[in-house]
Design a protein around this ligand. Structure first.
Ligand SMILES: Nc1ncnc2c1ncn2[C@@H]1O[C@H](COP(=O)(O)OP(=O)(O)OP(=O)(O)O)[C@@H](O)[C@H]1O
Length: 488
């Protein structure tokens, strides 16, 4: 079996289409928990296989049951993402256009808004969602779902705004909800100046990977909370840098890398995905595709009138490749090879090319190699007139012996390749089973029409010469009862 499968155009198309879909799914899943969950499921699946191969029956059974539940678990874990894709964006986005998750945060706009709010001593709280969803942690609030912009943020947190209390939730470059209530930190040792706004920022960043921006109403300061720590931010540039460096606000950073690098990273991502899919395809192919060698009978056609075949091969070995179910259930006599000899012009040895062979196979099975390669020898045709020799099988009835059989016509003309004339003395008939002959009671004779047994040298009769003969078989009483000819 070849180490590397040899793919057809359908396999290449299969790999490319699947790679494209997988690449789009990866773009959509970026910034979600999908990679961790899929990794966990893959580990579970791998463990299950290890347990099965190691013969750990109980563990394998338990892991198998968990694996069977995996599709349900996927739907439950990703219900929010599935809902988002179905409700917020057209499913066609999976096939084309920008994926939802790559929605970019306008970092300069965030920095400008934060410092304008600080300058006007307007308190604000903005939670940037990371890989962890904030739906359960940031409660209540009013749905906005608007693109992030400086005037929008300023008006939302302005003192007269009905939604200025609470936190705004930023998801994938958009303000998703405002006026949400964040969990407060209960930690001791936070600075005395920290009121509930700062405690809410710390509280959320302790519970998930969100980055929370706080603008202090009292002191007009800007700070960022992540992983339960608060760092003061002195300038818009520092804020931009801090957010850009945060892998959790990756979607935002992507917008600033410019179009060309994004294309390059997207192309590299696609290449990597294709590589992974091609590897998976190769593994799958090795499991699904079977190879088998069968001995197939060969028929020759199109032999020019002036030529004859010398010792043609009756069967050759073919290597077959196809779906395991088809290959395993294939009966070798369903495989026939027809070789076109119409291109031969004179005697000699001919190597038969793949294009000259028509191999009849069930759909979905391919033949890859005739082993050993097929070649035939052709000789110029000569005609030979030879006596016909009837072949009798069986014995005469007890007490009788055969009279010499009569053949009509007594000779036939056959075609043989030049040089083979000396190897034939007579042409035999197909065997005649004398036990089956209904001998005429009066004459004790029977006449049968029987085909000639043309062999490997004389493969066909000459034009106008019969290919069947009439053979008359007769019996006579045996000379003596103990005649060995008549013995049973
Ligand atoms: N759990 C919470 N979730 C979201 N926002 C909250 C929460 N608790 C308080 N806030 C916001 O913080 C405001 C109160 O700020 P407070 O003065 O207590 O905090 P602070 O940390 O001292 O902030 P500042 O420096 O702006 O005064 C509330 O009006 C509300 O808008």
């Amino acid at each position: 079996m070849a180490l590397l499968p040899d793919p057809g155009w359908r396999d290449v198309a299969d790999v490319l289409i699947l790679s494209y879909l997988a690449h789009r799914l990866i773009l959509l899943a970026r910034g979600t928990r999908a990679p961790q969950v899929l990794l966990a499921l893959a580990a579970l699946w791998a463990l299950w296989h290890v347990a099965r191969h190691a013969g750990l029956e109980l563990t394998a059974w338990f892991l198998g049951a968990l694996n069977a539940l995996a599709p349900v678990a996927l739907i439950v874990v990703f219900r929010d993402e599935i809902r988002d894709v179905l409700v917020r964006s057209s499913p066609l986005r999976l096939l084309a256009g920008r994926p939802t998750r790559a929605g970019a945060i306008d970092l300069p706009a965030v920095a400008e808004a934060a410092f304008r709010l600080a300058a006007s001593r307007t308190g604000a709280l903005l939670a940037f969602e990371g890989r962890d969803r904030l739906d359960k942690l940031a409660r209540e609030g009013t749905r906005v779902d608007a693109r992030f912009s400086v005037p929008l943020v300023e008006s939302l947190f302005a003192k007269g705004s009905p939604v200025h209390d609470g936190a705004a939730l930023v998801r994938g470059g958009r303000i998703d909800r405002v006026g949400t209530f964040l969990p407060l930190s209960t930690r001791d040792g936070l600075p005395a100046a920290f009121g509930t706004r700062h405690r809410a920022a710390v509280g959320l960043s302790e519970r998930c990977d969100a980055v929370v921006l706080v603008v202090s109403e009292e002191r007009g300061e800007v700070a960022l909370a992540r992983d339960g720590r608060v760092e003061p931010i002195a300038s818009p540039e520092e804020l931009e840098r801090a957010l850009d460096a945060s892998p959790r606000v990756e979607a935002g950073a992507e917008a600033h890398r410019g179009r060309a690098p994004r294309l390059v990273s997207s192309a590299a991502g696609f290449l990597l995905t294709t590589l992974a899919v091609a590897t998976l395809w190769a593994l799958y192919d090795r499991q699904q595709v079977a190879r088998r060698t069968v001995t197939a009978s060969v028929n020759f056609r199109g032999l020019p009138e002036s030529l004859e075949l010398i010792d043609p091969p009756e069967a050759i070995d073919l290597q077959l490749r196809g779906k395991r179910t088809l290959i395993d259930g294939l009966s070798p006599d369903r495989v026939t090879i027809s070789v076109d000899l119409s291109g031969a012009e004179r005697g000699g040895r001919y190597a038969i090319e793949r294009g000259d062979m028509a191999v009849e196979l069930p759909v979905g099975v391919e033949w890859s190699r005739a082993d050993p390669g097929l070649s035939v020898r052709l000789g110029e045709r000569v005609e030979l007139t030879l006596p016909v020799r009837p072949r009798l099988e069986g014995r005469p009835p007890p007490g009788f012996a055969f009279t010499p059989p009569r053949v009509e016509p007594a000779t036939v003309t056959v075609r043989v390749p030049r040089g083979m004339e000396g190897r034939l003395e007579a042409v035999e008939t197909r065997p005649i089973d004398v036990g089956e002959l209904a001998l005429d009671a009066a004459t004790r004779e029977a006449t049968v029409e029987v085909p000639l047994e043309l062999g490997r040298i004389a493969t066909r009769p000459a034009a106008g010469s019969a290919d069947t003969v009439r053979v008359t078989v007769g019996t006579r009483p045996a000379a003596a009862p103990d005649d060995p000819e008549a013995a049973p």
